[in-house]
Design a protein around this ligand. Structure first.
Ligand SMILES: [Zn+2]
Length: 241
């Protein structure tokens, strides 16, 4: 077997044995060194150095991430938030790499609910940071008025619940206007406004709504299309701002 495959399968064994994606390098080497040497079929003079090199390659491939303090996070497949307690830093890495998933939790499963809530808190924190702590459509920046609004809804797209390209920082007003289809965004992020809104809402939509792009994770057109579909978007009832 190639060293890369040997190390990867040893990481899986370790992860399953300890019930965590967080892998302590020292314990890993201690427990898996002999098995890896056997599988690689070569004694080699410096197996630890070989493993270090392979771990670096796996990092370059984004299959593992360094967590600091001698620990790695195994990210070669999606990570279910409800499966284990992980530090915020690990959850953030999983979210930023599009690897965190949030399942549907039974109301009695207190531990899973708590873990899921932690995941949601991290999504909110990263979303607000992505939009510089402001509503993407106006300048409201009071934390209590800001929401991490999903473009494709929580219930409609399970896979995209923790996808930062599917979440926009919005104030309560813009969140409600977006949710109820008073405005949407085109594929190029132009704001499209419902022309049949009341006078008061039209003032908000025309004079107090300006889309400001985020730092890094932009809304993905595929999710915007899902939003437009959900609100029965038709060009005859909407106008570009
Ligand atoms: Zn706003």
């Amino acid at each position: 077997m190639k060293w890369r495959d040997v190390v990867l399968s040893a990481l899986h064994r370790f992860s399953i044995r300890h019930g965590t994606r967080s892998i302590d390098r020292q314990s890993f080497l201690l427990e898996e060194r002999n098995a890896m040497i056997n599988e690689a079929g070569s004694l080699g003079h410096t197996p630890d150095q070989t493993v270090s090199r392979v771990l670096q390659e796996l990092r370059d491939e984004r299959l593992i991430e360094f967590l600091g303090d001698g620990k790695y996070l195994l990210l070669d497949s999606p990570l279910q938030a409800e499966m284990e307690d992980l530090p915020d830093e690990a959850i953030d890495l999983a979210i930023k790499h599009g690897k965190l998933r949030l399942g549907d939790i039974h109301a009695d499963d207190v531990i899973a609910l708590r873990r899921c809530r932690t995941g949601q808190d991290r999504i909110r924190a990263l979303t607000l940071d992505n939009y510089r702590g402001r509503c993407a459509l106006c300048d409201v920046q009071e934390q209590g008025f800001l929401r991490a609004s999903h473009i494709a809804r929580w219930t409609d797209n399970i896979e995209a619940r923790a996808n930062l390209h599917n979440v926009i920082s919005m104030c309560l007003i813009h969140d409600a206007l977006f949710e109820q289809g008073y405005f949407t965004l085109a594929d190029d992020n132009r704001v499209l406004i419902k022309t049949t809104a009341s006078q008061t809402l039209t003032v908000i939509l025309t004079q107090h709504t300006r889309y400001r792009p985020p730092k890094e994770f932009h809304p993905e057109p595929q999710f915007m299309r899902q939003h437009r579909e959900r609100i029965n978007f038709q060009w005859k009832s909407y106008a570009p701002q």
